[in-house]
Design a protein around this ligand. Structure first.
Ligand SMILES: CC(C)(COP(=O)(O)OP(=O)(O)OC[C@H]1O[C@@H](n2cnc3c(N)ncnc32)[C@H](O)[C@@H]1OP(=O)(O)O)[C@@H](O)C(=O)NCCC(=O)NCCS
Length: 188
């Protein structure tokens, strides 16, 4: 059975980690105060060998065996939209985006923030910045799939303006259901 729609409010979560020191009062977004330094989102169009190795490592660190490997990462960088989130010169997260042929929407995969930087607003700030940058490129909608059982992802996407638009039963194999989610892109 496909689980029902997620409870976006999650009023009774008792497995939350405490907020990181310095989180109080921090605002989210580029150019605003963030606990470990401001976030910038940059598009990579090629991956020189050391960066390819780093991105493969960081992907595995956050996504395990579902991370895109060294054969897929350059393909996305060259032919899709490969973004990294940076604090100063350090890569702290990534998102990989392809264009949906049928509708002209974008589809995002492999979104992550490195473990050390989590629970500090960087995931949301990165997503919000991505929706602005992709909107500027003229795209109207960003799609993604979400594991309804993953509370961090559910809250992240809900807070960044995504809505559930479809159920995808057994999307990643039997019992591995996903929700299809979408956010309107900000046209500036
Ligand atoms: C999901 C992920 C990107 C969140 O990044 P993050 O930088 O920690 O997110 P933020 O600090 O911006 O938090 C965003 C929201 O999620 C909530 N959240 C983050 N981690 C959480 C957790 N472990 N449990 C419950 N809520 C969590 C925050 O409280 C915040 O909610 P709020 O806006 O209601 O206060 C990060 O945990 C990650 O990379 N996980 C592994 C990869 C993954 O699951 N990617 C998503 C693929 S679908």
């Amino acid at each position: 059975m496909m689980p029902g729609p997620p409870d976006w409010t999650f009023g009774n979560m008792n497995d939350e980690k405490p907020a990181k020191a310095g989180q109080q009062g921090a605002t989210q977004g580029v150019g605003t105060a963030m606990p470990h330094g401001n976030l910038t989102a940059c598009r990579l169009t090629s991956l020189p060998a050391p960066l390819l190795a780093e991105m493969e490592f960081l992907g595995r660190e956050s996504l395990g065996r579902s991370a895109p490997n060294r054969w897929m990462l350059p393909v996305i960088a060259s032919w899709g939209l490969f973004y990294v989130a940076k604090v100063d010169s350090e890569v702290i997260g990534s998102a990989q985006i392809i264009r949906c042929l049928e509708r002209g929407d974008l589809y995002m995969d492999a979104f992550y923030i490195r473990p050390f930087y989590r629970r500090a607003g960087y995931g949301k700030a990165f997503l919000v910045e991505l929706t602005k940058q992709l909107g500027k490129l003229g795209f109207k909608r960003l799609l993604a799939t979400m594991d309804p059982g993953k509370r961090a992802a559910v809250r992240l996407y809900a807070g960044a303006g995504f809505d559930v638009i479809d159920n995808l039963p057994d999307y990643y194999g039997q019992g591995r259901h996903r929700f299809l989610i979408a956010a309107s892109l900000v046209v500036i």
